[in-house]
Design a protein around this ligand. Structure first.
Ligand SMILES: [Mg+2]
Length: 318
């Protein structure tokens, strides 16, 4: 998965938490033509539960509810890191101005006054959804490598931990590849750093084209890339890396048409039910060793290990 493929066209979920069935009916009718999915909770407790389960793009929150009231829901949402960034729009009566102030203090971003003005309602919901998109985008930007447009190292570390944990828990296949550009320093030294940057971007583009939506493509360090391939056995991971290796080798570079660029690949993975029990660090050490082996064996090649012990058929290296 590339960061750019991360955006979705799915309609955002708006969760309405209100104890009045009339309000649910009214808003369902009024927001029917908006590009959103309206979900309903008729109590504060249910609202909190649903918010944690659905992580909606916006919460519309009634303040005046029996038992768990809106203020308590708001505190609950803001105290939980999983729901803290969801924009909350408070639904409040005309006269309750102190309530609005308190709600803002607790982290609400806006309010809609009952009885609802239909235009105002739509505009404020849209604006909350826009804020949600911005927050999402900013959070995502912090995880993207500026030069390559791939995920950065911080994101890699986070996903690597998740994916190796999933393997340990469920015995799912997993493969990881480390790619290192061959003689990258000499490209920089000979053609200048802008040429080196273009090569980084060129490889990133090839990685983006050859990988699937489920693959997690990262810039690992200077001229090193990492691809995490969940639910992928090493045999398939190698095929994918072979495609990248060949595309890279075949690529013509405008700044140095007579100079090919190649990469070395270290691949390590586990097949279905492989049942490996090594730490995420040990796993990375093994990938590193295979990368080193690829360098030592002449570069422009893929070296692979299946941790479950099965032999991996290497595709023809042409
Ligand atoms: Mg109420």
């Amino acid at each position: 998965m590339n960061p750019s493929a991360h955006e979705t066209n799915e309609e955002p979920i708006v969760l309405l938490i209100d104890d009045s069935i009339d309000v649910h009916r009214l808003l369902a009718a009024r927001l029917r033509n908006e590009p959103l999915v309206l979900m309903s909770a008729e109590s504060g407790a249910e609202g909190l539960r649903l918010a944690r389960e659905l992580i909606p793009a916006t919460v519309l929150l009634d303040l005046d509810m029996p038992e768990v009231d809106g203020f308590e829901v708001l505190r609950g949402l803001k105290d939980d890191p999983a729901t803290a960034d969801i924009p909350v729009v408070v639904l409040s009566g005309l006269t309750a101005s102190q309530d609005k102030v308190t709600a803002f203090d607790l982290g609400a971003i806006d309010y809609i006054t009952k009885p609802f003005d239909i235009t105002e309602l739509r505009v404020r919901v849209r604006s909350a959804l826009r804020m949600h998109n911005l927050v999402q985008m900013l959070a995502q930007r912090a995880q993207i490598d500026g030069l390559s447009g791939l995920w950065n190292r911080a994101y890699f570390d986070h996903r690597w931990e998740e994916e190796t944990a999933a393997v340990a828990r469920h015995g799912r296949p997993l493969t990881i590849a480390l790619i290192d550009l061959d003689h990258f320093k000499s490209i920089n030294d000979t053609y200048g750093h802008p040429a080196g940057d273009t090569v980084i971007q060129g490889l990133a583009a090839i990685v983006g084209e050859e990988t699937r939506a489920s693959d997690i493509c990262c810039r690992y360090g200077g001229e090193e890339f990492a691809i995490i391939m969940p639910d992928t056995a090493p045999t398939d991971g190698v095929m994918l890396c072979e495609r990248i290796r060949q595309s890279l080798k075949a690529k013509q570079w405008a700044r140095h048409p007579n100079r090919q660029v190649t990469g070395s690949f270290g691949v390590v993975g586990v097949s279905e039910g492989g049942n490996v029990n090594i730490s995420k660090e040990e796993w990375l050490e093994k990938v590193d060793q295979n990368l080193y082996k690829a360098k030592k064996n002449g570069r422009d090649r893929v070296e692979v290990t299946d941790l479950s012990g099965a032999p991996v058929r290497l595709a023809d290296t042409g």
